[in-house]
Design a protein around this ligand. Structure first.
Ligand code: SIN
Length: 368
């Protein structure tokens, strides 16, 4: 029987990397998600000794990503990771919500193999297109021994999937990771590394996947979490409208479970909005704050920390969820304070959804 070559599995989901414009000098007006993933790979050689397998999972502009897409993505990546001969997984992805998918994959799966999310800022037809270079960097990284975790290569720098964020709408180096910075850089096929890969050198146990993946993949909708901003002249009207809809519960929308508020500065919230948010808490909606600047120093314990500690193997669920603040909404909310997280809003919204799923899981009545 022929031996199975180490394989890099490439999952296509669309985005600008698969986009086409009418003119090669037009890098701004184009249609995303046109070319099949096989076409993106056609000009690239597999790394020596590796086979490439491609699969078209979706063909979307990533602004339109839905829970169903994320469900399919989690499942497809997990299935590839479970195949022993698959050395690494690449996902071609639009850049607009890439940071959400990257955070979700790292936080839920905590992969010990490399999972590269690859986008481009210019369509494949552009004179100076960046997709092929990012894809080539991703293939090289996936084939490099020791590489692990969800990673995002962009314009020669490599970011951790749970830290990455899109910072610019059209520059080629559109991604960053806030104060954490890049993990590594690739130039001319040479890797320079400054920080460990996600999960490298850390605890080998612990992952949300065994507890949460079956629930995330089930048909039931994930807990509904809306994201709003604090800003000048806020009135809280949007929150009151949501609460009214929540109270009416006519089945036209999923019940509201969580609210993520991107506050000003260090996650501060306009007084009028704060009043409405306290009403939301009283109605049983879990409210978290983050900062619309992209990060903050939470005044109390970081609201997302118990989830992240579990997700990244720093705490097992058996190590006392009570101490981690999972018993209820924690002392902060009891005192009327709104818990805050340092995560940027796109990741914080997902973290709140996962947190709510964990809570539902822990406190769901036992099936007899
Ligand atoms: C998208 O996110 O699908 C379109 C924009 C991009 O990929 O840069």
């Amino acid at each position: 029987m022929p031996q199975q070559l180490p394989t890099l599995a490439v999952i296509g989901t669309g985005g600008t990397i698969a986009g086409c414009a009418l003119r090669p000098d037009d890098a701004l007006n184009y249609q995303a998600a046109v070319l099949p993933v096989q076409a993106l790979l056609a000009a690239l050689e597999p790394p020596p000794g590796f086979a490439i397998e491609a699969q078209q999972l979706a063909q979307i502009d990533s602004k339109d990503v839905s829970e169903a897409h994320w469900r399919a993505l989690l499942q497809a990546v997990q299935q590839q990771l479970e195949r022993p001969w698959v050395q690494g997984v690449l996902v071609t992805h639009g850049t607009d919500t890439l940071e959400e998918s990257a955070f979700l994959l790292q936080t839920v799966l905590r992969p010990a193999k490399p999972v590269l999310l690859v986008g481009a800022m210019r369509p494949s037809t552009a004179l100076l297109s960046d997709g092929a270079q990012n894809l080539s960097d991703a293939l090289l990284l996936a084939a490099t021994p020791g590489t692990r975790g969800v990673l995002v290569p962009c314009a020669g720098r490599i970011f951790a999937g749970h830290e990455v964020r899109k910072l610019h709408p059209h520059r080629l180096d559109a991604f960053g990771a806030g104060d954490a910075g890049a993990l590594a850089a690739l130039a001319g096929g040479r890797l320079q590394r400054w920080r460990p890969w996600p999960g490298e050198g850390g605890p080998q146990h612990g992952s949300l996947a065994p507890a949460l993946l079956p629930r995330l993949l089930a048909d039931a909708p994930w807990p509904r979490v809306e994201w709003i901003n604090s800003h000048g002249a806020q009135t809280g009207a949007l929150v009151r409208a949501l609460l009214l809809q929540h109270a009416q519960a006519d089945g036209s929308e999923a019940p509201l479970r969580g609210l993520l508020v991107a506050g000003t500065g260090n996650a501060t919230v306009h007084a009028a909005l704060a009043q409405a948010l306290h009403q939301a808490q009283q109605a049983g909606v879990v409210v978290w704050r983050c900062s619309r600047t992209g990060t903050c120093v939470p005044p109390g314990p970081d609201a997302a920390q118990p989830l992240l500690d579990w997700a990244y193997g720093l705490r097992s669920p058996a190590q006392g969820a009570e101490r981690a603040g999972w018993q209820d909404e924690g002392p902060e909310s009891a005192a009327g304070e709104l818990p805050a997280t340092a995560l940027p809003a796109p990741q914080a919204r997902l973290a709140l959804q996962l947190h709510l799923l964990v809570q539902a899981h822990r406190f769901a009545p036992r099936q007899t």
